[in-house]
Design a protein around this ligand. Structure first.
Ligand code: PLP
Length: 396
C-alpha cells in the first residue's frame, strides 16, 4: 500500500459517503446533517458585499478582527464567559478543523483521549492523526425519571481516566444521540479533568439547538474549568451555512497559541469575506435564535411521528437535529444489520440514513449500533413530507 499506516487505520466518512449514495439513487437525503433551506438573507448580503468590496485576500491567520470581536461578545452575552478576542480565539475552517487543531496542539504520541460513544465519527481519525489513543466510554440508553436518556456510568468514566489521559472530548448537544449533558454530568466530567490534570475539548456546534427545556451549558463555565477547556463551535449549523466552513476555538492564551500555530500551517485561515459575514451572523437579534429553535422543534415532532408511524422506535433527542431510531421491528431477516438495512432503505424505499454502527468503534456483531439508523431532520417540510410518503412503502 502506498498510503501511510495512520491513513490506513480509518475509512472515509460513512456519513459523507451516504450522501453520495443518496444522490446516486435519487433518495431523499436524511443522512448528512446539513439544512436544506436558505441561509439568512442578511448574512448572504454581507458575504456578497465583502467580496464586492474586495475583502478577497488572506485575513489574519487566526481570524478577522470583526469576527473575533463578535464571537467574544456572544460568549459574554450568552454565557458570561470572558473571552479576549486578541489572545483566546482562533477562527478555523469549520469546527472540524478546530477540533483536529486542538488535538494536534495539545496531545503527545500515546496520550489518551476519552470519547463518549456513540460519537461523531471524526473524533477517532482526529486522535489517530494526532498520535493520540482514543479511549471509549459508552453512553447507554437508561431510564431516568421515566424518560429514556443516553447516559454514562460515572464509575466507568472514572476508570477510563488515568495517568495517560490528556483530554476528554465532550460533544453537547451530541451527534448522533441528541443527548444534552446536564450540569450534574458536566460536574462529574469537570472533577475528573481537574483531578487528572486533563483538558476538556468540547464540540458545541449544536449549542443553540435544544428542546423541552434542556439548556446548553459550556463546561468552561464550571468552576476550575476555564483554564483547562478548549471550547469549539461554529456557524455551520446555527446559521445554515455548512459550506462556508467557519468554526472557532476558545481557549486560554498558551493553548490558543498552539492551536493558532497548527491552524496556520494546516489551512492558513478561513475565507476572508465569509468572516465579515460571520460577524453579522453572530450579532443577529435574539428573535433569530428563537425562530430557529421553533423551526427545529416542529421538525423534530414531525420526524418522531413519521418514524413511529413507520415502525421505528426512535429515541427522543434533547438537542441537535438527529434521531437515532431502532429498526429491529422492520428487519427483513435476523441477519439484516444496520448497513444492509440502510442500503435497502436507500435503494428500495428512497430514503437515505446513516447506519448506526458508524458511530461506535466496536466491529462486527459486538457493535451496539447494529439495530439503529440515524435520521437528520434539518430539512424543509417538503423534504420530510417526501420522506414520510416513501417510508409508507416499508409496510406495503
Ligand atoms: N461536530 C459535530 C458534532 C457535527 O455533527 C458536525 C457536522 O455534522 C461538525 C462538528 C462539523 O462542523 P463544521 O461544519 O463546523 O466543521
Amino acid at each position: 500500500m502506498r498510503t501511510s499506516d495512520i491513513t490506513n487505520r480509518f475509512t472515509e466518512s460513512v456519513i459523507r459517503e451516504m450522501t453520495r449514495v443518496a444522490n446516486a439513487h435519487g433518495a431523499v437525503n436524511l443522512s448528512q446533517g446539513f439544512p436544506d433551506w436558505p441561509a439568512p438573507q442578511v448574512i448572504k448580503e454581507a458575504a456578497a458585499k465583502a467580496i464586492l468590496s474586495d475583502v478577497n485576500q488572506y485575513a489574519i491567520t487566526f481570524g478577522a478582527k470583526p469576527l473575533r470581536e463578535a464571537i467574544a461578545e456572544l460568549y459574554l452575552k450568552r454565557y458570561e464567559m470572558q473571552v479576549n478576542p486578541e489572545t483566546d480565539l482562533c477562527v478555523c475552517c469549520g469546527a472540524t478543523e478546530a477540533i483536529i487543531s486542538a488535538l494536534l496542539a495539545t496531545t503527545n504520541r500515546g496520550d489518551e483521549v476519552v470519547i463518549f460513544t456513540p460519537f461523531y465519527e471524526n473524533y477517532g481519525p482526529d486522535c489517530w492523526i494526532s498520535g493520540a489513543v482514543p479511549r471509549f466510554v459508552p453512553l447507554r440508553l437508561t431510564k431516568v425519571n421515566g424518560t429514556i436518556r443516553w447516559m454514562f456510568d460515572p464509575d466507568e468514566l472514572r476508570r477510563a481516566f488515568n495517568d495517560k489521559t490528556r483530554a476528554i472530548i465532550v460533544n453537547s448537544p451530541q451527534n448522533p444521540t441528541g443527548h444534552v449533558f446536564d450540569e450534574h454530568e458536566l460536574k462529574v466530567i469537570a472533577d475528573l479533568c481537574i483531578q487528572h490534570d486533563a483538558l476538556a475539548i468540547t464540540d458545541e456546534i449544536y449549542e443553540f439547538i435544544t428542546y423541552d427545556g434542556h439548556r446548553h451549558i459550556p463546561i468552561a463555565t464550571l468552576p476550575g474549568m476555564a483554564d483547562r477547556t478548549i471550547t469549539i463551535s461554529g456557524l455551520s449549523k446555527t446559521w445554515s451555512v455548512t459550506g462556508w466552513r467557519m468554526g472557532y476555538s476558545v481557549a486560554p492564551r498558551d493553548i490558543t497559541l498552539g492551536i493558532r500555530k497548527v491552524h496556520d500551517f494546516l489551512t492558513v485561515g478561513a475565507a476572508a469575506p465569509l468572516m465579515e459575514a460571520g460577524a453579522v451572523a453572530l450579532r443577529m437579534p435574539d428573535s433569530y435564535y428563537a425562530e430557529m429553535q421553533a423551526r427545529y422543534a416542529a421538525r423534530r415532532t414531525f420526524a418522531l411521528d413519521m418514524l413511529r408511524a413507520s415502525g421505528f422506535d426512535p429515541v427522543v433527542p434533547e438537542g441537535a437535529y438527529y434521531i437515532m431510531a431502532d429498526f429491529s421491528a422492520l428487519r427483513r431477516s435476523a441477519d439484516e444489520d444496520d448497513t444492509a438495512f440502510a442500503m435497502r432503505l436507500v435503494k428500495e424505499i428512497g430514503v437515505a440514513t446513516v447506519p448506526g454502527s458508524s458511530f461506535f468503534w466496536e466491529k462486527g456483531p459486538d457493535n451496539p449500533g447494529r439495530s439503529f439508523v440515524r435520521f437528520a431532520f434539518c430539512k424543509q417540510q417538503a423534504t420530510l413530507d417526501a420522506a414520510a410518503a416513501r417510508l409508507k412503502a416499508l409496510h406495503a
